[in-house]
Design a protein around this ligand. Structure first.
Ligand code: SAH
Ligand code: SF4
Ligand code: F3S
Length: 566
């Protein structure tokens, strides 16, 4: 029988990248093959994002191209997965009849069944399966706790059955992996679709998170990034429901108002985020780097900061979006903290965690944002040593409180102007943050040949298949960008292009990687060493120069080998 070939492309955040990896593992186990070339695929799947209109437009344009190919006679199955499928619902299939199947992010365990239904109906007289057989969306069920348990448990099995094999084309040659700790979100920031597309916040049992970390470490992974929308709110209460096999079940988390995080409220029966970090650090010593995203600026206890400070393999890196520097805006956004509270947290983090690296997100042009509100955001950027901020123009999202209650009254040219002004301020701040590292030695997890050298005509090392220039294409065709927010504007200089001594001659190959604090670092591979062997290892680099977005230096390590971080 013809083996079905799948092209899977991912948009959006790291959650989606992980979902795509799990989907790929699940389908490969069933005999599907994957291709990075959509023209060679029998099945084209888009794992979509709904966070801003631009993210949806990208997916829609791809759907348009494949739809045209189908109308021209291509025998293809076209599937839309992820947040946009969930947000748009069945309407999407009505508007785009070439879409064969849709699957929300909390229904991905049902994808093989949907594919089967579509293929079988096509092979029979029926032609197209019924909507019920080709659409799996959580709909309103995603927020009803009575039905959550069972649904989440089958999803939990998808994470657990993770058929992990190092993706040699992936980030740092498969040495870096994501591990989910919570799903969904209960915060309901007024602008945000995530609580609507990913459903209620559910916390995975620590035993299963640890098992996954151990399994990844055994396969050679050096770095795990723990994923959740508000990771510091992770909290698991033991001794409650068990599944039939005696496994602990995922648990629904509290809402923003109810959360009592940090050390208060933790006891022998609960695992807090600090406890979880400490356990992973102690129980999986093979992991050289433990990262986590995203942190919420509220309820980030000193207990977490102290565990980070005391654990050499937990990266001193916080992605903790402020969103705005104006208390009035923060209130309208329902963020649940004030600028003063945000600054108090940053102060604590800097005091307690040496060399902590801080990154964030900002939304400009939220409804009603005045010049004064915007100026308050500029001031915030000047007060906090952010290594970078992803800056987004407010995009009204269907289904959110903001689109219903507040008029999108800031004209686009003003949004754009504010965006550019913030980028300029952030560039100055970033430059100062990077400059502090000159003269110091940093540990770098080497990720790839730098963009400069991937583009060099006579480059000594061939870049990997699926070369997209400066970014690494994963097996599912996703360009790995910082924070995976492809439409964010991050600075006037593109990654990997700012090394001042960039040369077009053949010579040593320039590699790039990241420090524990997530600073991009360039260095030349020494002559006589295959640069490919350095990718996926951690190396010591002495920093000589810094820029807005990166450091550059020289390799200090005794080669070859991966150094333990000290
Ligand atoms: N859970 C994370 C954010 C996840 S969404 C947190 O709370 O920090 C990633 C980023 O997208 C957000 O931080 C926000 O800056 C941006 N974003 C979300 N909805 C948006 C919208 N409607 N318009 C513009 N930016 C938005
Ligand atoms: Fe969205 Fe707010 Fe949840 Fe972050 S915390 S995912 S911004 S609702
Ligand atoms: Fe996008 Fe969904 Fe992630 S909306 S940002 S893919 S959670």
């Amino acid at each position: 029988m013809h083996q079905k070939t799948v092209y899977l492309e991912t948009f959006g955040c790291q959650m989606n990248e992980l979902d795509s990896e799990l989907v790929q593992g699940q389908l490969e186990a069933l005999g599907y093959r994957f291709t990075p070339d959509d023209t060679r695929a029998d099945i084209v799947l888009y794992n979509t994002c709904s966070v801003r209109e631009q993210a949806e437009n990208k997916a829609l344009s791809r759907v348009g191209i494949i739809s045209q190919r189908k109308r021209d006679g291509a025998d293809l199955i076209l599937g839309v997965l992820g947040c946009m499928a969930e947000r748009d619902g069945k309407d999407m299939i009505r508007r785009h009849p070439q879409i064969d199947l849709m699957c929300g992010p909390s229904e991905l365990d049902r994808l093989p069944l949907l594919l089967d239904n579509v293929a079988k109906a096509r092979a029979s007289e029926q032609g197209q399966a019924t909507l019920l057989d080709r659409v799996a969306l959580a709909g309103s069920r995603s927020r009803r706790s009575t039905t959550l348990g069972a649904a989440e448990d089958s999803l939990e099995l998808l994470d657990l059955s993770r058929a992990f094999s190092p993706d040699l084309n992936g980030k740092a040659a498969g040495r870096s992996a994501y591990v989910r700790i919570t799903r969904g979100c209960n915060k309901f920031c007024t602008y945000c679709v995530v609580p609507h597309t990913r459903g209620a916040e559910v916390h995975r049992p620590p035993s299963e998170i640890l098992a996954e970390c151990r399994q990844l470490a055994e396969k050679g992974v050096l770095e795990v990034t723990l994923l959740g929308q508000t990771v510091n709110h992770y909290c698991y209460t033991h001794g409650t429901a068990l599944s039939m096999e005696g496994r602990e079940l995922a648990q629904v988390g509290p809402g923003l108002k109810a959360f009592r995080g940090g050390s208060t409220g933790t006891n022998a029966h609960t695992t807090s985020f600090a406890d979880l970090l400490q356990r992973i650090h102690e129980e999986v010593p093979e992991l050289q780097r433990i990262r986590f995203v995203t942190s919420y600026p509220r309820d980030f206890g000193d207990d977490i900061l102290d565990v980070i400070a005391a654990s050499p393999r937990i990266c001193p890196y916080l992605h903790v979006p402020a969103q705005s520097g104006s208390n009035r805006m923060l209130k309208l956004m329902n963020r649940g903290y004030t600028v003063e509270e945000y600054l108090e947290f940053i102060d604590r983090a800097i005091k307690r965690v040496p060399d902590v690296s801080i990154a964030g997100d900002i939304i400009v042009g939220f409804p009603g944002e005045t010049d004064e509100d915007f100026q308050a955001t500029v001031n915030l950027l000047r007060q906090v040593p952010f290594k970078n901020n992803f800056i987004f123009k407010y995009s009204p999202r269907p289904g959110t409180v903001a689109i219903d209650r507040f008029e999108d009254d800031i004209p686009d040219p003003i949004k754009r102007e504010r965006n550019n002004l913030l980028l300029a301020v952030q560039a100055e701040v970033s430059e100062a943050v990077h400059a502090r590292w000159v003269g110091r030695e940093v540990d770098v997890l080497v990720e790839q040949v730098s963009k400069r050298d991937q583009e060099r005509p006579n480059r000594p090392l061939k870049s990997q298949e699926g070369d997209s220039g400066g970014v690494t294409l994963t097996a599912h065709g996703k360009a790995l960008a910082d924070h995976a927010n492809g439409d964010a504007t991050m600075g006037s200089v593109r990654h990997g292009t700012e090394n001042p001594k960039a040369s077009q001659d053949a010579g040593p190959v320039q590699l790039s990687g990241r420090t524990g604090g997530d600073l991009i670092t360039f260095f030349n591979s020494p002559s006589g060493i295959d640069p490919g062997e350095l990718i996926g290892t951690i190396q010591k680099v002495r920093v000589h120069e810094s820029g807005v977005l990166s450091l550059s230096g020289t390799l200090q390590s005794q080669l070859p080998g991966t150094l333990a971080t000290t």
